[in-house]
Design a protein around this ligand. Structure first.
Ligand SMILES: NC(=O)c1ccc[n+]([C@@H]2O[C@H](COP(=O)([O-])OP(=O)(O)OC[C@H]3O[C@@H](n4cnc5c(N)ncnc54)[C@H](OP(=O)(O)O)[C@@H]3O)[C@@H](O)[C@H]2O)c1
Length: 316
């Protein structure tokens, strides 16, 4: 591979011919409304064309406002961007799926979504409370709905034409395989934590076989230090190729065939994280040989957001 080839415009085909997903995605899990607006605008200006949202992030209105303003200012068409949002755990009952989807569309100010994900495989008690708990603080789960029940309601959204593709988030092969096998409309995307300390190789192989895009979150290990950004292998490669550690980590993610989500909060970091080019094969091999293993998000075990950036906000 050419060590200088440009990865910025990499686009990954979604299964069932429903379009292309820009590999470089901007994630909108940001606690402060004002920062959500500036960071989303900065990402669009830097070149990001893929935006990952969630009802649970509580800021779909701000993201929508920033996107409308940025599209108008940049002469960018709605069809030129790829927008995802997610169904939260309190809305897994089939009859709650379409109203939740419509509410997200309305907050985002959009007429259709490119992708809608089931945020976690855990159903919480149905209702308006996003974090229902009993008197002792234990989460109230809903045992009367299965993930397949919810999936069938997701398929209906695609039938109704307001959502081009559907997928899952925070799942492993145990949840993905049965849905894939029973689904009338196959999952197009699986969004999970993935980085060199959590490569999810088996899941990635399965996804590649089935034409599912693995969309990696925490590609920079949530920016935690010490962590991936200071890993000696990553730093040495960065120095060798004249890129930053963040650019090395993002390039690795794209070159192994995943899409990714990153959340730079300043214009300078948005430009940095978008400006990625291919690493030489020996650098990819070195990263693949890193032995450290670390999962940063426990949400996969309970559906309850574990890691919350900046010690506040809504997580997952
Ligand atoms: N499905 C799920 O359950 C789930 C869970 C978590 C996240 N997500 C999605 O994934 C998105 C990505 O979030 P993430 O936390 O995983 O993103 P990330 O890009 O891995 O980490 C963001 C952190 O890295 C720092 N950072 C960003 N660019 C940097 C650079 N060039 N150099 C040094 N530090 C840098 C940021 O610092 P500053 O704040 O100082 O810029 C921030 O603290 C979220 O917004 C959300 O859309 C999904």
């Amino acid at each position: 591979m050419n060590g200088h080839s440009d990865l910025r415009m990499t686009r990954i085909p979604l299964n069932q011919g429903v379009g292309l997903m820009p590999a470089l995605g901007f994630g909108t899990l940001i606690s402060e409304p004002a920062v959500t607006i500036t960071a989303t605008g900065d990402a669009l200006e830097a070149g990001f064309r893929h935006f990952d949202c969630a009802a649970r992030y509580g800021n779909e209105r701000e993201v929508g406002r920033a996107l409308q303003a940025g599209l108008a200012a940049g002469g960018i068409a709605r069809e030129d961007i790829f927008v995802t949002t997610k169904l939260w755990n309190n809305n897994h009952r089939p009859e709650r799926v379409e109203p939740a989807f419509e509410a997200s569309l309305d907050r985002l100010g959009l007429k259709y979504l490119d992708l809608y994900l089931i945020h976690t495989p855990y159903a919480f008690q149905p209702g308006d409370d996003e974090d229902p708990r009993d008197q002792d603080g234990n989460v109230l789960y809903d045992h009367d709905v299965t993930l397949l029940d919810t999936w069938k309601a997701m398929e209906n959204l695609v039938d109704h034409g307001k959502c081009r593709a559907i997928g899952l988030s925070d799942v492993g092969l145990n949840e993905l395989k049965p849905i894939y096998e029973s689904a009338r409309i196959k999952p197009a995307v699986v969004q999970v934590e993935s980085h060199p300390y959590l490569p999810e190789t088996e899941l990635l192989e399965y996804c590649k076989q089935k034409g599912i895009v693995l969309l990696a979150f925490a590609p920079l290990g949530h920016g935690m230090k010490p962590g991936l950004l200071e890993d000696p292998v990553i730093s040495a490669i960065a120095a060798r190729v004249g890129k930053t550690p963040a650019q090395v980590l993002l390039a690795w993610a794209v070159q192994r065939g995943t899409a990714l989500l990153t959340t730079p909060k300043s214009a300078a970091r948005a430009r940095e994280n978008f400006d990625i080019s291919a690493l030489p094969e020996d650098a990819l091999d070195q990263i693949n040989r890193i032995q450290t293993r670390q999962r940063l998000n426990e949400v996969v075990k309970t559906g309850v957001p574990g890691f919350i950036p900046q010690g506040k906000g809504r997580g997952a």
